[in-house]
Write a protein that binds this ligand. Structure first.
Ligand SMILES: C[S@@+](CC[C@H](N)C(=O)[O-])C[C@H]1O[C@@H](n2cnc3c(N)ncnc32)[C@H](O)[C@@H]1O
Length: 225
């Protein structure tokens, strides 16, 4: 295990000055983007699995190698866990697992969220573990909460858990969720063996780890406080 991971370096030490304006715009306009063909195909796989298992859904968005997906499958044995990552290389490093209640999709999370929302589907739990931080201030809109797809994420509902080794990212995400009426709290990630490979690497490198947690956010989007 590498124990020399660098801390996030950013020209931003507090919440982004345009955060509120950006999220308000996204919450009050309708984002339309035709999902890519490969994401539609991945979504059909998800739907088929959902129809077969008839279990409530858990998402592990940006799952990387899917180590967390397998762990979450054991944590939620009565659910179908769907790990989503766009990188075939990362997904290719998934260790063969024994649980039969999870699948991994190579897809863009935003398209899968949109397709789920269009189908009127919701999730019970949504894990977003160590997404790329996009630490440069000018990249605000590449962060999950700064992206136009953020309202879809909230419309999926469920208990949201977002983790990062960059405190500002977690606080920004929490602030945007609050602006949409989805109340939660920021805390340190409890000590433990690590839910993901990135978490293990950051922990071994002595980073502080942060988590935003919120309960069921469904139907609360658009309520701007
Ligand atoms: C920092 S890694 C974290 C992976 C994993 N959650 C972990 O903690 O080990 C971020 C992951 O997000 C994936 N990713 C980035 N943008 C994505 C997108 N729009 N849709 C799906 N996956 C994406 C990358 O391929 C990468 O595997």
């Amino acid at each position: 295990m590498q124990a020399n991971s660098r801390q996030v370096a950013s020209n931003q030490s507090h919440l982004h000055p345009r955060l509120t304006a950006v999220v308000r715009r996204h919450l009050t306009t309708t984002f339309r983007k035709p999902p890519a063909l490969h994401n539609r195909a991945a979504f059909r796989r998800l739907l088929a699995q959902l129809n077969t298992t008839q279990r409530p859904l858990v998402l592990d968005s940006f799952c990387g190698t899917g180590h967390s997906t397998a762990t979450l499958a054991r944590r939620h044995p009565d659910h179908l866990i769907v790990g989503i990552d766009k990188s075939s290389e990362r997904l290719g490093k998934h260790p063969p697992g024994s649980a039969d209640n999870y699948i991994l999709l190579q897809a863009d999370c935003e398209d899968i969220w949109q397709l789920l929302v269009q189908e009127g589907l919701a999730v019970d739990y949504h894990y977003l573990l160590y997404p790329n931080p996009w630490p440069k201030a000018r990249h605000l809109q590449r962060r999950i909460h700064g992206h136009a797809s953020f309202p879809w994420l909230l419309q999926l509902g469920g208990r949201i858990e977002l983790r990062s080794n960059w405190q500002v990212y977690v606080e920004e995400f929490g602030c945007c969720a609050h602006l949409a009426g989805c109340r939660g709290w920021v805390a340190r990630v409890p000590e433990g063996s690590g839910l993901t490979l990135f978490e293990q690497k950051y922990r071994h490198s002595g980073h502080e780890l942060w988590v935003f947690t919120a309960n069921a956010c469904r139907d609360e989007t658009g309520v701007i406080g």
